[in-house]
Ligand binder design. Structure first.
Ligand SMILES: NC(=O)c1ccc[n+]([C@@H]2O[C@H](COP(=O)([O-])OP(=O)(O)OC[C@H]3O[C@@H](n4cnc5c(N)ncnc54)[C@H](O)[C@@H]3O)[C@@H](O)[C@H]2O)c1
Length: 248
């Protein structure tokens, strides 16, 4: 199947910064109409002029199903359909902390953003994708969800849930024209990493066999392939982006 980028519409959550924004830039440059969903309106305002072509921004908290539903409806009304959903919104919660010390409200917030958020966005876009028999969904997981990072139990549990969700969805929609895949990155120096304690970042980076962090460009390159129409026989899979840390 041809990629036909100029006829595609993409929604990217967490699209105002980091991995989501880098992927938005790549897609927009290829001619995709891009809708950025993010909780931070100022970051959205800064991101928009960085993208060429047709771009819309939507202040959305992915934990709020009504807010997600309204924004998806606005995209469908403006552009007619949604081909691509990239779930990049995510938080770490408190890190460098042991499980018995985790405040439960922090644990719940991590789950709400990193897991419930993905279900909210998928439930909002799925009917339109299923009706057209086409869709590419990419859930951003983490190496933490495969390996379990000490000091990051809530985050690791949430990203393991993302991988499990993706595997189930891949099978559920395998005959519908939709593919649902995930990426598990190791460390890429974005704002989410800058906000973490240096000891925690050191713990994660020293585990990377290539001896360096990944880049947003490397993430965007893989993401672009995963959501391409040509990538049509892989679903429910978690792609690796860890400089050799994860080989399974
Ligand atoms: N950078 C890394 O090293 C790394 C590694 C593995 C996985 N990840 C995952 O990649 C994804 C993107 O991270 P990033 O590095 O670009 O971080 P980032 O902090 O630069 O970007 C995340 C974006 O998500 C938005 N966001 C947070 N909560 C939200 C909510 N409730 N509703 C809507 N938007 C919300 C933020 O405002 C921010 O713009 C996250 O899911 C993260 O867990 C990142």
């Amino acid at each position: 199947m041809e990629n036909n980028w100029s006829q595609r519409v993409a929604i990217i959550t967490g699209g105002a910064a980091g991995l989501g924004l880098a992927t938005a830039q790549r897609l927009a440059t290829a001619g995709v109409k891009v809708a950025l969903f993010d909780a931070r309106s100022e970051a959205l305002d800064k991101a928009k002029p960085q993208l060429p072509g047709e771009v819309s921004t939507h202040e959305v908290d992915v934990t709020d199903a009504a807010s997600v539903g309204a924004a998806v409806a606005a995209v469908v009304q403006a552009w007619g359909h949604v081909d691509i959903l990239i779930n990049s919104a995510g938080i770490t919660g408190q890190t460098n902390i042991k499980t018995h010390e985790i405040p439960m409200d922090d644990f719940s917030r991590v789950m709400a953003v990193n897991v419930h958020g993905l279900v909210h966005t998928f439930q909002a876009v799925a009917p339109a994708m299923l009706e057209r028999g086409y869709g590419r969904v990419l859930n951003v997981a983490s190496i933490a969800g495969k390996d379990g990072n000490a000091g990051m139990a809530s985050y690791s549990a949430s990203k393991a849930a993302v991988i499990g969700l993706t595997k189930s969805q891949g099978k559920e929609y395998a005959q519908s024209g939709l593919t649902i895949n995930a990426i598990a990155p190791a460390v890429v120096r974005t704002e989410i990493v800058a906000a973490m304690p240096p000891e925690q970042v050191k713990y994660m980076t020293t585990k990377i066999p290539m001896g360096r962090c990944g880049t947003v460009e490397e993430f965007a390159t893989l993401a672009m392939f995963i959501v391409s129409a040509e990538n049509s026989f892989t679903t429910g899979f978690c792609y690796d982006l860890t400089g050799g840390r994860s080989v399974y």
